[in-house]
Design a binder for this molecule. Structure first.
Ligand code: MLC
Ligand code: AMP
Length: 500
């Protein structure tokens, strides 16, 4: 990469008068320390609004998280033990999450719509002590998966116990394990330390000028890094507040936008739906709207700006690294690019492939118990993102992926996992899964299955629906007599196209 091709330095995100050398993203020690300090200092401030409408103050969060930490500990969970937390957004879900973190336990967030197979593989790998579970059917599966596991509901109605030592997790201690299915099809648990989580949230706070005056509309699920690691953690760190919504609904978001909220974070599919709403002009009332998790096309960016005056700020991140690159709060937000590195992030492009390599305090140290995978995930301490970038005038553009990945509605789907599920269906000889471009979803998961003419594609879809979280399920399924292969017999996906 020539000097001209370097992205702007992250100091470009800092407020005027602040130098990069003055920044220590981890000075706050850990999120639990930073949060509890804030809650103690301002116990009557409203912090979290439940989808049901009730607010929780800092003082209530301080007490509720200490109490739940005591109950988790009395149930046998110690610092370092994994605690699965899964449910649709609510203050109870957040309390359980923060309580476990405050007690030094390691949170394993899980999508509440996960299939039984997915839940079982997470439990087998993470070996949790307690599972805090919203949906009743998931609680049943969890109990059957591990009879020693203490399974409880989101309110954690377990016997009381004295609170364990709180806010004592050290910067290098694990704080969360987030599962991604990965290119091998098997789940990989990205281990994020307290330092990673704090640095990631602090970097977003600095770059986006997040203050105690802010109120975030939080309609993203709280089981992925976007909603949880940036949205929730950042809101609690900034001293501002968050309005939780238990599902994404255009009218609820636009209603909140003109009713006291200041920020919205979303994925492009959400912006596409907002752009089409009659009352989209309301969106202009917000101070800041951030898009990420998938590419936001320049046309959509322009449509939102035209119809609402809102110039969406696009950023790029990953579960393993938290937020990496962002357009600036002040300065040009260049559509079709993701901006330049976030505070604390070092970034370079692989000279041969253009792959984006990163390092910094928010970048994880590796996947749980996978030394072989970890050995190739890093090069000389730089994490290989698997995304291909290009720098143009100091701004990074994501131009492709070195990894096989489909992004649908901001959710990542690894083709290998879906192919493994399809191959297990009677009659299917082989399967190839690709993304088909879609205006609404970005990409649509599409399967080509090799099998006999009488293969029942409807039954196959029903089978896949039982095995996979809904967003991973192929929405388009085509039967083929034979998948295209190279001389070695390996399936080549390039020529795959819908019949006719
Ligand atoms: C829902 N469906 C999806 C889907 N979401 N299908 C494909 N892809 C998706 N993402 C299915 C539903 O199961 C349903 O299927 C049908 O689509 C219509 O449902 P809907 O009610 O219209 O969808 P909705 O519930 O509104 O969900 C859309 C969405 C949601 C955009 C709100 O997908 C979402 O919350 N996406 C955000 C994902 C996210 O948080 N990603 C961050 C990852 S972290 P059926 O068959 O039942 O009718 C990351 C790092 C980073 O990437 O940088 O941030
Ligand atoms: P996940 O593994 O779910 O954390 O998703 C991370 C991946 O999402 C990245 O490696 C990128 O491929 C993709 N991604 C995130 N933000 C963006 C963006 N703004 N533009 C393009 N891709 C993105």
């Amino acid at each position: 990469m020539s000097t001209a091709d370097q992205p702007h330095h992250w100091s470009g995100h800092l407020p005027p008068g602040t130098a990069a050398a003055d920044i220590d993203l981890t000075a706050g020690v850990s999120l639990p320390v930073a949060w509890s300090t804030r809650w103690r200092a301002a116990p009557s401030e409203r912090v979290l609004r439940d989808p049901g409408g009730g607010w929780m103050t800092g003082g209530e969060l301080l007490d509720a998280t200490a109490s739940v930490a005591g109950r988790l500990a009395a149930a046998g969970a110690q610092a370092g033990d994994r605690v699965v937390v899964t449910g649709v957004s609510s203050t109870a879900l957040v309390v359980a999450h923060c309580a476990a973190l405050r007690a030094g336990m390691v949170v394993v967030p899980l999508n509440p719509a996960a299939s039984r197979r997915e839940l079982e593989s997470v439990i087998a790998d993470a070996r949790p002590t307690v599972a805090v579970v919203g949906p009743e059917h998931v609680a049943g599966w969890a109990t059957e998966a591990d009879h020693d596991l203490v399974v409880t509901t989101l309110d954690v109605p377990l016997p009381e116990g004295p609170a364990p030592e709180l806010d004592a997790g050290g910067p290098g201690d694990p704080a969360m394990v987030m599962y991604t299915s990965g290119t091998t099809g098997a789940p990989k648990g990205a281990v994020l330390s307290h330092q990673n989580l704090l640095a990631g949230a602090e970097s977003a706070r600095l770059a986006w000028g997040w203050t105690p005056e802010d109120r975030l509309i939080l309609a993203l699920p709280l089981c992925h890094i976007h909603g949880l690691g940036v949205g929730l953690h950042g809101a609690l760190l900034s001293g501002g507040s968050a309005e939780l919504q238990d599902r994404f609904d255009v009218e609820s978001v636009l209603g909140a936008a003109t009713d006291g909220a200041t920020m919205f974070f979303g994925v492009p599919t959400m912006y596409e739906r907002l752009a089409q709403a009659e009352r989209v002009a309301r969106f202009g009332a917000l101070r800041l709207c951030v898009s990420g998790s998938a590419p936001l096309n320049a046309d959509l960016h322009a449509r939102i700006a035209e119809r609402s005056g809102q110039v969406v700020l696009e950023r790029y991140g990953m579960t393993e690294t938290l937020m990496l690159v962002s357009n600036p709060l002040n300065g040009e937000r260049r559509a079709g690019t993701v901006g330049f590195p976030m505070p604390g992030v070092d970034l370079r492009l692989d000279e041969e492939t253009g792959e984006i390599l990163v390092r910094g305090p928010s970048v994880f140290a590796g996947y749980r118990d996978l030394p072989d995978v970890n050995a190739t995930a890093f090069t000389d301490g730089w994490f290989r993102t698997g995304d291909i970038g290009e720098v143009d005038g100091g701004y990074l553009r994501i131009v492709g992926r070195a990894k096989e990945l489909i992004i649908t509605g901001g959710y990542n789907v690894y083709p290998r996992e879906v192919e493994d599920v399809l191959r297990a269906f009677a009659g299917v000889r082989d399967a190839a899964v690709v993304g088909t471009p879609s205006d609404e979803w970005g990409e649509t998961v599409t399967a080509y299955v090799e099998g006999p003419e009488q293969l029942d594609l409807d039954a196959l879809s029903v089978w896949a629906a039982g095995e996979l979280t809904a967003y991973k399920r192929p929405r388009l399924v085509y039967r083929v007599d034979e998948l295209p292969r190279n001389l070695l017999g390996k399936v080549v996906k390039g020529p795959l196209a819908p019949p006719g």
